[in-house]
Design a protein around this ligand. Structure first.
Ligand SMILES: Cc1cc2nc3c(=O)[nH]c(=O)nc-3n(C[C@H](O)[C@H](O)[C@H](O)COP(=O)(O)OP(=O)(O)OC[C@H]3O[C@@H](n4cnc5c(N)ncnc54)[C@H](O)[C@@H]3O)c2cc1C
Length: 300
């Protein structure tokens, strides 16, 4: 069977795209290997009606809602290859299955890359986060560490975190990234900067208690924020030849069309800012309406 659309990745972007396409009576398959970007977190915030929900519960409800649409099938398989042939695509999965589709939506998301600091993985997602809009409320007014070692966003990022807690220590993890002017600004706000390299993060059950520096200095902190790097979770868009922007996301128009005809992308794959579930879902919805529009016009 030739599908109308194959959606790769069932995060909020892919799930919402599936909902809109299924409701437009399109034949679709939604593929997912269930390794979302926020897999490390216990709660998701900021999605109205779902504030504080477990990420796995969010997904369960979404899949439950999708069950009532007969033209949609969900395949829990990793897509390993997509080939474009004239006006259709062949999608190959890790389980050896092959599907053909007129259009493809890539909603495969991003992966966070943490700085290499001993112990960081055990705190990331419980008491150490990257996005203050997502988790700032939970850490509000607490003694926090801000770990940032690149100068481009350092001032902006620290100012943002200061909104949620004014008890901040900024660790540059061994780098000298702040100008004298910026340091003076921080001093005025009682923000301490430590330029020494971090030795380790310490605490229990994901709860940060202490930051230890290479020179033996230790500071007590109850949580914090770390500016992470990001990379694409999947090479599929790049392999298809989609144009990337300088932030590492794929370029799309309002309706999710990439530079490759028939290939659409949405959610974190396009590097949305701020990265939020509700924004990814909204982009999924817009992209699905773009696909429905294009299929209707091509076939009318
Ligand atoms: C620690 C942390 C906490 C966060 N907390 C919040 C929060 O509280 N509120 C909020 O709004 N946002 C939060 N975010 C951001 C949020 O997780 C992302 O913005 C959102 O998940 C993006 O949705 P997406 O659908 O684009 O991608 P994802 O949710 O990452 O989903 C992509 C899916 O595609 C699948 N996939 C990838 N490649 C393939 C393939 N080849 N074949 C099949 N499947 C594939 C993945 O396994 C995954 O299931 C947080 C992020 C992090 C890192």
């Amino acid at each position: 069977m030739l599908l109308d659309c194959a959606i790769i990745g069932a995060g909020p972007a892919g799930l919402n795209a599936a909902l809109v396409l299924a409701r437009a009576k399109k034949q679709i398959v939604l593929f997912d290997e269930d390794q979302p970007r926020n897999a490390v977190t216990h709660e998701s915030h900021g999605f109205i009606t779902r504030d504080g929900i477990r990420p796995s519960e969010f997904k369960r409800i979404a899949k439950e809602e999708l069950k009532k649409y007969p033209s949609l099938s969900i395949q829990e398989q990793r897509v390993i290859d997509i080939k474009k042939e004239n006006h259709s695509f062949t999608i190959q999965t890790s389980e050896g299955h092959s599907y053909r589709s007129k259009k493809v939506i890539l909603s495969t998301g991003l992966k966070d890359v943490l700085p290499s600091i001993e112990g960081i993985e055990q705190f990331y997602g419980t008491s150490l986060f990257s996005c203050p809009f997502c988790d700032g409320w939970e850490l509000r007014d607490r003694p926090l560490v801000v770990i940032i070692s690149e100068d481009e966003h350092a001032l902006h990022y620290t100012k943002m975190i200061f909104n949620w807690s004014q008890d901040l220590v900024v660790s540059t993890n061994g780098k000298k990234i702040f100008t004298d002017e910026q340091k003076a600004l921080f001093t005025k706000k009682n923000i301490k900067i430590i330029e020494e390299k971090i030795d380790s993060l310490q605490g229990e059950e994901g709860r940060l208690q202490k930051v230890r520096f290479k020179n033996g200095q230790e500071i007590l902190r109850e949580g914090g924020f770390v500016l992470t790097g990001q990379e694409q979770a999947s090479p599929l868009a790049e392999n298809l030849g989609c144009t990337m922007n300088k932030m590492g996301g794929f370029e799309v128009d309002r309706f999710g069309r990439t530079s490759v005809e028939g290939v659409y992308a949405c959610g974190d794959t396009t590097f949305t800012e701020p990265p939020q579930l509700i924004i990814a879902a909204a982009k999924g919805s817009m992209t699905a309406s773009g696909v429905v529009n294009d299929v209707i016009h091509e076939e009318f």
